[in-house]
Design a protein around this ligand. Structure first.
Ligand code: GLP
Length: 261
């Protein structure tokens, strides 16, 4: 795991945008794995700016989102499809047909999950997967106890996730109980994983993810098994890491050999 510690969430988003934009420039038909939540909003704003101000071309980019609520229509304000349109897709020249968000309305959800995996495979696999982390350590919606070998699946949301996400709905009762999410193995299949976290509220779970044992109780800890996982944190999210001095030192040292890496 490469740990990058930044001053604040603005700098975290700058660094993430640098990596994603470089990837799209190097490979215009990049397959992007995308996440929702407030954490990647700054990254998406920078991608939009790169398109509007510097002409970054998304016309050949293909995207796959991590997850979607079950039984929330795509045009519902809080669906992840709406979120992605609002924060990214409506403002760049991506072909909407190339943007994929799991279908939470599918009547046969099991069959849909298998098809989603196949679609990712047929697109050539994900080049870079953007990730946030839930307070209970989830990636996508892979709650504690989800198999680390899981592929796209239907999950029951944990009470703490429902509570956290209720801020986007009128009440907690309105938050869907189920979601379709790429599994942990689907995420690990991406060629590169880019996890972002900011704020003190994420410090404990970030410690579990980066320095704790690999366990289905913190599904994000599976990133320790990925050969190209980059974790970008702000100071608050990094504040509980035991080896913080080493990560800072390594970060600086890497810059000196950046052109050889
Ligand atoms: C939701 C999403 C996750 C996201 C998490 C954290 O549960 N399914 O993909 O990482 O929220 O959200 P936030 O970035 O708002 O803290």
């Amino acid at each position: 795991m490469e740990i990058i510690i930044t001053k604040d969430s603005e700098e975290m988003s700058d660094k993430a945008a640098e990596i994603v934009i470089a990837q799209i420039k190097a490979k215009p038909d990049t397959v992007l794995g995308l996440a929702t939540g407030s954490t990647p909003e700054g990254l998406y704003a920078r991608m939009v700016r790169a398109h509007k101000e510097d002409g970054l071309d998304f016309s050949s980019v293909v995207t796959f989102n991590l997850d979607e609520y079950v039984d929330l229509a795509p045009d519902h304000e809080q669906s992840y499809r709406s979120f992605m349109n609002r924060h990214l897709f409506d403002h760049i020249n991506v072909n909407k047909e190339n943007t994929h968000v799991p279908d939470g309305l599918a009547t046969d959800l099991g069959e849909f999950c298998r098809r989603y995996e196949q679609m990712i495979c047929e697109a050539g696999g994900i080049d870079i997967q953007v990730l946030g982390i839930g307070r209970d350590g989830h990636l996508g919606f892979n709650e504690p106890g989800s198999s680390l070998a899981s592929l796209t699946q239907v999950v029951t949301l944990a009470p703490e996730t429902i509570e956290d996400n209720s801020r986007f709905f009128q009440s907690e009762e309105e938050v869907p109980r189920f979601a379709v999410t790429m599994g942990i193995q689907s995420i690990l299949n991406a060629r590169k994983c880019l996890m972002l976290a900011s704020g003190r509220g994420k410090a404990e779970v970030v410690k579990g993810c980066v320095e704790g044992p690999i366990t289905a109780m913190v599904t994000a800890s599976a990133l320790q098994m990925h050969t190209d996982a980059v974790v970008i944190l702000d100071e608050e999210a990094a504040s509980m890491l035991d080896r913080i001095d080493y990560y800072r030192w390594a970060q600086e040292a890497r810059q000196q050999v950046a052109d050889r890496l």
